[in-house]
Design a protein around this ligand. Structure first.
Ligand SMILES: Cc1cc2nc3c(=O)[nH]c(=O)nc-3n(C[C@H](O)[C@H](O)[C@H](O)COP(=O)(O)O)c2cc1C
Length: 431
């Protein structure tokens, strides 16, 4: 069996506001119902978790203005308040919200996540990112963002600080001793007194631990520093790879790093970013994929804006029909994505390179049954733990995945048909 999760690629935002299947977005912007519907559908389908991407900028690197982002609807509400609404509509689904270690003070994050662990009854997770845009750093009062590897060094210490706060309450500290009139045993609640190179926090937390004690930690960075961070701290890692070979290499790399850090590789579930193209028949799915590719190739503005966002480099300045300079090591953004771009662009023009990058992650095309068998084959070959579906949040996509693909996977015994654990972590680690 493998695990399934769904990634909201622009978090709690708007998905294709004027698309054919995007519903009534002009009326529904900011309305949580679509995301609640997604959560209940994912639970019906037996998914482990729903993951909310986040960032705190209105992207404006491309052309130096937020024109492209605003015209196409790249907005993001804060994902944290959505978490209890999703939990209220579900019983077992894990809910992972993104937070930036670079900007969340450890005390604020530790208290927030513990509170959410209570509100979700042990079903919350946190996707730890370090953020990349300088604009994000400027929104939080810095002149520019910290250098890439330093961000991960800081993130390491940030996790130690947050963990020290989470561990301040010993097991059994909550006594509820009615006879003695004692709610909690003060000798079992300790200050963190954490004093690191980057962070300092006193503690103790003024909230008792939630059902999971430590919320599930998710991680996504694909650079060596990012993978090391994931191997040290994560319960689940999400990775962007395009082939089965790359998936296998990624899983093997994480396993080796975990062993080097004294962890059991089975204690982390590595899920691969996944974009299935589903239709009633294989031929219809292929025709649909061809139409999607043509639309993506025609959307040059979107592709250039996307690369500008992840790299922090304004791609509107480059000639589309000239070879692009080698960008290896030239970006303070998503290092692994920029390095992959640099590798694929060798000997090609910018236009040619973009044409090769119309999808993210791995893609299979076909009817639910044939996609299910391609997924089975890939997981057997790469030794990964599952897939992270990354499709625009439309009710059509939700139905295709949750009522078409998931039942096809279940018929083959590939995904769960019940949640036996009490918490998100227990279900995640069940197999
Ligand atoms: C599946 C996936 C989800 C991600 N989610 C976020 C996110 O919510 N917010 C964010 O700022 N970055 C996100 N990222 C970017 C990563 O945190 C990281 O910056 C990127 O993968 C590049 O890796 P590196 O920073 O280690 O070079 C995500 C990446 C992937 C592959």
């Amino acid at each position: 069996m493998f695990h399934m999760a769904w990634f909201l690629t622009t978090g709690f935002g708007a998905y294709g506001w004027n698309g054919q299947w995007s519903g009534n977005v002009p009326k529904d912007v900011g309305n949580p119902q679509l995301f609640v519907d997604l959560a209940t559908s994912l639970e019906r389908a037996g998914f482990d978790y729903m993951m909310l991407e986040d960032s705190s900028v209105l992207p404006d690197v491309f052309e130096g203005t937020p024109r492209q982002a605003l015209e196409t609807g790249v907005i993001r509400f804060d994902p944290m308040p959505l978490v209890p609404l999703l939990a209220g509509a579900t019983k077992k689904l894990g809910i992972v919200a993104t937070a930036s270690t670079s900007f969340y003070p450890p005390f604020l994050a530790a208290r927030l996540m513990t509170t959410l662990d209570h509100l979700t009854q042990g079903r919350v997770g946190i996707n730890l990112v370090t953020s990349s845009p300088h604009a994000a750093a400027q929104n939080y009062g810095y002149d520019e963002h910290f250098e890439h590897d330093l961000r991960y060094q800081m993130a390491d210490e940030w996790v130690d600080a947050v963990t020290a706060l989470w561990d301040g309450w010993e097991e059994g500290a909550l006594t509820f001793d009615e006879q003695a009139g004692v709610f909690a045993d003060h000798t079992k609640v300790h200050r963190a007194d954490f004093d690191g190179e980057f962070y300092k926090t006193r503690g103790p937390l003024n909230v008792p631990p939630g059902p999971q004690r430590h919320p599930v930690i998710c991680q996504a960075g694909g650079s060596p520093a990012g993978m090391e961070f994931g191997a040290r701290h994560a319960d689940t890692i999400v990775a962007q790879v395009r082939t089965t070979e790359a998936a296998k290499a990624y899983r093997d790399d994480i396993s080796a790093r975990m062993i080097a850090n004294g962890r059991d590789p089975r204690d982390v579930k590595v899920l691969f970013l996944y974009q299935p193209v589903l239709a009633d028949t294989d031929a219809e799915a292929q025709a649909k994929a061809d139409r999607m590719d043509a639309a993506a190739a025609a959307n040059l503005d979107g592709a250039l804006a996307g690369m500008s966002y992840v790299s922090g480099i304004d791609f509107s300045k480059y000639d589309l029909d000239a070879p692009i300079e080698d960008l290896t090591g030239k970006s303070n953004g998503h290092q692994s994505s920029v390095d992959e771009f640099a590798r694929t662009s060798k000997g090609k023009t910018l236009r040619e390179t973009l044409a090769l990058r119309t999808t993210v992650g791995t893609r299979h095309i076909g009817s639910p049954d044939s996609v299910a068998s391609q997924m089975e084959e890939m997981m057997q070959e790469c030794g990964g733990d599952g897939f992270l579906v990354a499709l625009p949040v439309t009710r059509k996509n939700i139905t295709e995945v949750c009522d078409g693909l998931a039942p096809a996977l279940r018929r083959r015994g590939l995904i769960r048909d019940s949640y036996d654990g009490a918490t998100f972590r227990e279900n995640l680690l069940a197999f």
